[in-house]
Design a protein around this ligand. Structure first.
Ligand SMILES: Cc1cc2nc3c(=O)[nH]c(=O)nc-3n(C[C@H](O)[C@H](O)[C@H](O)COP(=O)(O)OP(=O)(O)OC[C@H]3O[C@@H](n4cnc5c(N)ncnc54)[C@H](O)[C@@H]3O)c2cc1C
Ligand code: FES
Length: 508
């Protein structure tokens, strides 16, 4: 995904560009020395910012200007034009900003601005505890410190690794095309530098919502003033004989991924059980390692339930083009040593088996504590649970979605991070409703699929462009209303769809 290694392109902005090249609403990419810089005129004001997104280096000039923000075309991060702040995930680090001057019919980019230090906020005596070191938990901790939260932050995670870029575990890192140092969301020093007490391999056993106290696996207790539950989801394990063998894996953590990579080094053939996002991304990543891959799944078409038949057929064809063997409308009934037994009586010899049949939200902690549960932890639009001062975010949270008007729970990286960010601000006393259009992306070989909105059921699908040619916008509608939009290489339309959904929800 990284790009932009060819050196700076476009005009030298220190020498100025004609005013006429920059009408209102225009974005122009150029450079200052080695820095690639985006020059923007929005509502009469000129801005100069880094030209590439701080997430995976998306080209912001291909994005969208919305209010006082620029939105990244690849995974919809929002940056403030004024300060460069990454206001909405998945980008977390700010863009650099430069001073701009307009004179004698030209626009000049001048020196780099010095980033402002945040004012401290809240009481130094306050203690916020975050349970979970994943997308939502990390984004919350980062936002608390970014906005100057003065109190203590403790992050408890039963994972052995500090927060990682989980989506990478089924993509570039698994494929062997991303180095290990891409995987952590921040280096180990960052936590101490930011006074975040990160306790890894720490299981939270129970929560007493009334006395605001957690009991850890070793029976020690931790008191909190505010709490964020961000315990995510765990992969569903299949109840079939042979599933507990060392070459049978699920994929959630860095340790899971490392174990698959280790065995993949000597593997000739892999069986992936489940044509889910994780199953199929795993298939693509292992094909990049030149391993024979067989995908076994009960459905007729991969991902049809989410994307409909046209994209389902496309995804199947794409994987077949890359050599994946599908065994659809079938399942694995047993794994006898290295032999996977199919329901239809066939067998496939496999050195490694990866199970990708979905996940279950980890809600036991909240449930046992008596918090309101509705196939997830119920929260209001400020991500607060039924217990005052206790928040939930990410894969476990069921929230009132402003876009669909329904209470939904999704398993998307960007949603988890943004909910963590909203929860952080609410915990700091800055009222912040979570009203983003749900967004996820999935990557299969060189084909990214973006999806905005939420459609569990639809009555019609409109397709603009050509799915098989990898150039399309697919709209899922119910009663004529667009619920969700999937797209391939139509980033602008995807961004515009998200903005239209958010605007419609704001008016409703
Ligand atoms: C391999 C993979 C690829 C993915 N790719 C994409 C993608 O391309 N696009 C997309 O939108 N989404 C993707 N997802 C989904 C996305 O990663 C999740 O939606 C997101 O991580 C959810 O964030 P979370 O904070 O809710 O949970 P998580 O990120 O799972 O974090 C949960 C944390 O809680 C900890 N924890 C749980 N219970 C306890 C306890 N009792 N005590 C202490 N700690 C506990 C866990 O150890 C973990 O640190 C992918 C997921 C996986 C596994
Ligand atoms: S590259 Fe910009 S949001 Fe991912």
């Amino acid at each position: 995904m990284a790009g932009g290694d060819k050196g700076p392109t476009g005009p030298d902005l220190s020498k100025g560009v004609p005013t006429g090249d920059l009408p209102d609403g225009a974005m122009l990419a150029g450079h200052i020395g080695d820095d690639e810089v985006l020059l923007v005129r929005k509502s009469g004001t000129l801005y100069a910012l880094s030209a590439h997104c701080t997430h995976y280096h998306g080209p912001l000039a291909d994005g969208l200007l919305v209010g006082a923000t620029v939105r990244c075309p690849w995974h919809h991060a929002h940056f403030s034009l004024e300060t460069g702040e990454a206001i909405a995930a998945p980008a977390l680090s700010p863009l650099s900003c430069w001073h701009v001057e307009e004179r004698d019919g030209k626009v000049f980019v001048k020196s780099k601005k010095v980033a402002a230090t945040p004012k401290t906020a809240g009481s130094a005596n306050e203690h916020i505890v975050i349970v979970g070191g994943g997308a939502a938990g990390f984004a919350a901790a980062e936002m608390l410190r970014r906005r100057g939260f003065a109190g203590r932050i403790t992050m408890l995670s039963n994972d052995e690794a500090a927060p990682v870029d989980r989506p990478n575990l089924s993509k570039d890192y698994l494929a062997g095309s991303a180095p290990e140092d891409w995987v952590p969301l921040r280096g180990d020093d960052w936590y101490a530098e930011n006074k975040i007490d990160l306790k890894l391999k720490t299981d939270v056993a129970s929560l007493d919502a009334k006395s605001k106290e957690l009991t850890l696996g070793d029976r020690s207790k931790i008191k909190f003033d505010k709490l964020l539950l961000a315990t995510g989801a765990e992969p569903v394990r299949l109840d079939i004989p042979g599933v507990n063998q060392p070459h049978v894996h699920t994929l959630r953590s860095l340790a899971d991924c490392r174990a698959i990579i280790e065995q993949a080094k000597a593997a000739k053939r892999v069986v992936v059980i489940g044509a889910s996002f994780i199953g199929l991304e795993t298939a693509a990543a292992l094909r990049a390692r030149d391993i024979e891959v067989h995908v076994v799944a009960p459905e007729k078409r991969p991902l049809e339930r989410v994307f409909g038949p046209q994209l389902g057929d496309f995804i199947r064809a794409l994987h077949e083009e890359h050599g994946v063997n599908f065994h659809l409308e079938n399942s694995i009934t047993a794994i006898e040593g290295k032999r996977a037994v199919l329901k239809n009586g066939g067998t496939i010899d496999a050195d490694v088996v990866v199970i990708g049949v979905g996940v279950r939200p980890r809600i036991a902690l909240a449930e046992k504590a008596g918090l309101a549960i509705d196939k997830g932890v119920s929260v209001n639009e400020h991500m607060e649970t039924s217990a005052s001062g206790i928040y939930a975010a990410g894969d476990i949270a069921r929230w009132p979605d402003a876009i669909s008007g329904e209470r939904i729970r999704v398993e998307h990286w960007v949603v988890a991070e943004r909910q963590g960010q909203a929860a952080a601000l609410n915990m700091m006393g800055v009222p912040t409703p979570f009203r983003s259009a749900p967004f996820f992306w999935s990557q299969h070989y060189d084909v990214p699929i973006n999806y905005v909105g939420h459609a569990e059921k639809w009555d019609s699908i409109d397709i603009e462009g050509d799915v098989m040619k990898r150039d399309c916008v697919v709209r899922y509608k119910r009663g004529g209303r667009i619920l969700a939009v999937a797209s391939i290489y139509r980033d602008k339309e995807s961004l515009e769809a998200g903005v239209a959904m958010e605007r419609a929800a704001a008016k409703a």
